[in-house]
Design a binder for this molecule. Structure first.
Ligand SMILES: [Mg+2]
Length: 371
């Protein structure tokens, strides 16, 4: 009896598997599952097989440091968890930022947990806070850009509007070492880290005066509105010392130190800035009246800020700006108060950021324009 049923059972099982496979194929064909499977195969090519040997359960783990004012944390956490599971990673450690901790404390906690990448999900403020804690370590930073400017993502060509891709890039992207800048607003003051640019004067005054409601409704146009109100101000006398040596005295509206120079709308404020050359590009903006501002604008829009009208750019490793009056200071677009002193220095190759691989770029393009 048993001998007679075994071949029958085997046949039934085989037939069942064929039916299930045919069903899955036909459904998959319609729903795009096949595309997902193909994509999974492509991912496996960029995966480093030797990498999956971490301690614990032998799987990688990411931390997601999220600014809850920029997104639905639950939604993002469940997307991140699904992607991590699909990619063979452990569920991510999700930590929300707060008024007291904009992300630096959260990142230190994540590092204590031994995560393999810390993903900053928020605006430029969150990216700066996470970068502050990661600078000088070998743990890479991923970015899910959720802000208005998203300047570091723009400068590194990290995808801006596709959260799922940003997460995949954070997990399996290429490690790119970049410089970060440090800034101090007093000789014995705290050291702040920035990844894009820090400035004293007009630019910081605009950021301090930008209406946050308008910013959430109009985006970067809110800066234009605040900027137009500040244009008519008067220049301030500053002394700028480059690399402890060369000094310059001038009446200026703004002095900016930049690690990279791309802004919203494709504007290149520092066309010569290179994010990993171990140098800061210092831009001095010195129009005396509204007419000269037109020259500055033309220089910036013409991508000639270095040789432009009423602007000057110098490369250095360290710069100190001293002013007799208190001027607004901004770090990566965040106003941090006023000071008559600003020292900036570059920390070469201090931060590792996950940027898209060539393969990932191809896949993102293929998704945007399916053949
Ligand atoms: Mg540089």
């Amino acid at each position: 009896m048993t001998i007679a049923l075994d071949p029958l059972m085997t046949w039934l099982v085989v037939a069942g598997i064929i039916v299930v496979l045919l069903f899955a194929f036909s459904v998959g064909h319609r729903t795009g599952t096949r595309r997902t499977l193909n994509r999974a195969r492509q991912y496996s090519r960029v995966t480093d097989p030797d990498a999956l040997v971490d301690g614990g359960n032998g799987r990688y783990r990411a931390a997601l440091v999220v600014n809850p004012t920029k997104t639905d944390v639950r939604g993002l956490a469940s997307t991140a968890e699904a992607i991590c599971r699909f990619e063979g990673w452990s569920p991510p450690l999700v930590i929300e930022t707060s008024v007291e901790d904009s992300g630096e404390g959260a990142t230190v906690r994540a590092l204590d947990e031994g995560v393999d990448v810390v993903i900053a999900a928020g605006g430029d403020g969150t990216v700066r806070a996470v970068a502050s804690a990661l600078a000088g370590t070998s743990t890479p930073m991923g970015i899910v850009p959720l802000g208005t400017g998203n300047l570091l993502s723009r400068n590194l060509d990290i995808i801006l509007d596709k959260t799922e891709w940003a997460l995949r890039i954070a997990l399996w992207g290429r490690n790119r070492e970049i410089d970060v800048g440090t800034a101090k607003t007093a000789e014995d003051g705290d050291t702040h880290v920035f990844t894009v640019m820090t400035g004293l004067g007009f630019d910081a005054a605009v950021m301090a005066d930008t209406n946050s409601d308008l910013k959430s409704r109009l985006g970067w146009l809110a800066y234009v509105e605040a900027g137009s109100r500040k244009l008519a101000g008067r220049p301030s006398h500053v002394k700028v010392t480059f690399d402890d040596d060369y000094r310059l005295s001038a009446r200026v509206r703004s002095v900016l130190g930049g690690n990279c120079g791309k802004l919203q709308g494709g504007i290149q404020l520092l066309p010569q800035a290179v994010i990993d050359d171990g140098m800061l590009d210092v831009l001095i903006v010195s129009p005396k009246n509204l007419g000269q501002w037109v020259g500055v604008l033309a220089s910036v829009l013409g991508r000639k800020a270095s040789k432009g009208l009423h602007t000057d750019v110098r490369k250095c490793q360290k710069v100190v700006i001293e002013s007799g009056e208190e001027l607004d200071v901004q770090l990566d677009g965040d106003p941090i108060g006023q000071s008559g002193y600003l020292a900036m220095e570059v920390m070469p190759s201090a931060l590792t950021v996950r940027v898209p691989t060539v393969e990932q770029r191809k896949q993102i393009r293929a998704e945007a324009w399916p053949v």
